[in-house]
Design a protein around this ligand. Structure first.
Ligand code: 5GP
Ligand code: ZN
Length: 135
């Protein structure tokens, strides 16, 4: 646990939360400022600031837990879809610097806004990026 980390305190039960699920590694809670009905957060109990700090084993478990919880939320709430969102860094919209996965149920015609305007893949960018992944 890290001092002054609100999600450490919530995940470890020091601060009460609306808990949907808990095991030795994670707590799944309802977001206090939901984007839609059923908006939930998956929090690891150990502190990791973001995805890059999260041990691989927990990253794998988080995705499996996201899948199970998303299915239950979508079916139980009769949602039409669900977004699985995970922000890293302020520029990416992260406001709480303890890794978390958002599960945001979606309903036809809702006003949740996760949209971007599609750009165009430029040749120079493509070559630069492909180069990063060539060994
Ligand atoms: P981020 O922007 O970092 O990806 O997401 C942080 C999320 O945490 C937001 O959706 C916000 O509503 C939620 N949040 C912030 N503080 C609390 C809290 O004390 N309790 C709960 N349940 N959610 C919180
Ligand atoms: Zn923390």
């Amino acid at each position: 646990m890290e001092d002054n980390c609100i999600f450490c305190k919530i995940a470890n039960g020091e601060i009460p939360s609306a808990t949907l699920y808990e095991d030795e590694d994670f707590r799944v809670i309802l977001d206090l400022g939901p984007a839609s009905k059923g908006h939930a957060l998956i929090l690891p109990k150990s502190h990791a600031a973001n995805l890059f700090d999260l041990p691989d084993e927990l990253a794998a478990k988080a995705m499996i837990l996201a899948k199970k919880t998303a299915r239950k939320l979508q079916e139980g709430l009769h949602a039409d879809g669900i977004n699985v969102v995970q922000n890293n860094g302020e520029a990416a919209g992260q406001t709480v610097f303890h890794f978390h996965v958002h599960l945001i149920p979606r309903y036809k015609g809702d006003t949740v806004n996760l949209n971007w305007k599609p750009g165009e893949l430029k040749d120079a960018d493509k070559e630069e990026i492909l180069g990063l992944f060539r060994s």
